[in-house]
Design a protein around this ligand. Structure first.
Ligand SMILES: C[S@@+](CC[C@H](N)C(=O)[O-])C[C@H]1O[C@@H](n2cnc3c(N)ncnc32)[C@H](O)[C@@H]1O
Length: 416
């Protein structure tokens, strides 16, 4: 049988989507286990599976509208259809290529059914999907926590890749870069550029900047400028370590993952920055000194990163969130012990779940009378501290200029 052009990329996309939805992998992990593919096919496979994840509930509703047969959610036929429709709606692939690369993937399955559903939907024409639904459990949770307008904004933002945020070691350099390349600078040392291949952007090789969502750069901005020794807990791959090191702090960066610390080491080498690196579980490691400031950017469900990683919404089941909250409570307790009297503890998570943010800090403060919240002023004009004194970034903030990842950040100060 003659081979169909582009089939390899679609087969890989099928493998990736299956690994994400049935085995709970991240798309990064799923894509790195696919080998022996040309780089352009590999990139196409990631793009196709990513587009499917951005609009899965809408694609499923379309599929169900074109057949009376209930295709199980984890069936190969449904996964093939999702990928085929995602190409049409997200990448503008022509109908004939969509069909020709979908049917061979169903081998042994209901080929006629898949052909029929695709034919019906392509003839009908796909509706625009500019604000696709989020998974229903996430919509219910966020609607009750944050309200309908936030869900609506999240729907609009999940439909496309967000712009890239670059953090610079030096603000003068950031402003010059913004001017030279028509970037948008929304804060000191920050430039926003359209989504692109990172290594191809000017200045990458010279290590002038690193990629970091603007929201993710806020926690390190809350470390007092005069804090000399700073402990960066859960530090890899090191966006915040680089901010701190380039800000003149002496940084000790701790992370339990050797491979992620390896990336942190590479990042420091590329940007010509320095920090002391420690590979250790923060729950077992013991600091031999106290620090002027501690930054704890805790592991979490990462639901705030859904614009770049739409699969987080499928991984963040209630148990994952509850387990995360338990770990965060233990980590914040450890981190607090290493803060000098009068020093600051900044706690952050890229999560849109109050269990991992507000509730962790509330519970910590109720246990520890030594710490109090210190409301951050003058951080920027787009970040307004909540009435509780912490920062909660929801979908919708700066949406007209490209949006921000969801984040929770609190600065606590130890009585001196
Ligand atoms: C949200 S990421 C950190 C991102 C990082 N702060 C940055 O700005 O690039 C969480 C990190 O926590 C690390 N981690 C998870 N559990 C840990 C533990 N018990 N002790 C130390 N690090 C841990 C993970 O390996 C991961 O790198």
């Amino acid at each position: 049988m003659p081979s169909v052009e582009g089939l390899g990329a679609r087969r890989a996309a099928l493998q990736m989507l299956d690994a994400v939805l049935r085995r709970g992998q991240t798309l990064d992990a799923a894509s790195s286990s696919v080998r022996n593919l040309a780089p352009s096919d590999h990139a196409l496979a990631i793009a196709i599976s990513g587009e499917a994840l951005r609009r899965l509930p809408d694609l499923d509703a379309l599929i169900d509208s074109a057949t009376r047969q209930r295709l199980p959610h984890d069936s190969k036929a449904r996964t093939v259809l999702r990928l085929a429709l995602a190409q049409k709606t997200g990448l503008g692939t022509p109908d004939h290529a969509v069909v020709a690369t979908a049917l061979p993937l169903v081998d042994g399955g209901p080929r006629r059914l898949v052909h029929g559903v695709l034919g019906t939907l392509l003839r009908r024409g796909l509706p625009p999907m500019d604000a696709p639904m989020l998974p229903p459990d996430v919509e219910d949770r966020w609607r009750s926590e944050w309200g309908a307008a936030v869900v609506q904004s999240a729907r609009r933002q999940i439909s496309h890749r967000p712009p890239l945020d670059l953090t610079f070691a030096d603000d003068g350099d950031a402003q010059a870069y913004a001017q030279a390349y028509e970037g948008d600078s929304l804060a000191p040392r920050h430039v926003r550029v359209p989504s692109a291949a990172v290594a191809e952007l000017p200045g990458f090789g010279e290590g002038r900047w690193w990629v970091q969502d603007l929201a993710a750069s806020l926690p390190a901005r809350l470390i007092p400028a005069d804090a000399r020794n700073v402990l960066d807990l859960c530090a890899a791959p090191g966006g915040k370590t680089m901010q701190l090191a380039s800000g003149g702090h002496l940084v000790t960066a701790v992370d339990s993952s050797g491979s992620r610390l390896g990336r942190l080491r590479q990042n420091l080498a590329r940007t010509h920055l320095d920090a002391k690196l420690v590979e250790a579980d923060a729950l077992e490691w013991s600091a031999d000194t106290q620090y002027d400031a501690v930054l704890l950017d805790a592991p979490c469900s990462a639901t705030g990163t859904f614009r770049r990683h739409p699969e987080v919404l499928y991984r963040a089941r209630p148990k994952v969130i509850a387990d995360g909250a338990e770990l965060q409570a233990q980590l914040v307790e450890r981190a607090a012990a290493w803060v000098k009297p009068g020093g600051a503890l900044v706690y952050s998570v890229c999560s849109l779940e109050p269990q991992e943010g507000e509730e962790v800090v509330r519970a910590f403060l109720s246990r520890s009378s030594e710490f109090r919240l210190e409301e951050p002023h003058d951080l920027s004009d787009f970040v307004v501290p909540s009435s509780d004194g912490w920062i909660r970034i929801l979908p919708g903030v700066l949406e007209d200029r490209g949006g921000l990842d969801g984040f929770f950040i609190a600065r606590l100060v130890r009585g001196g």
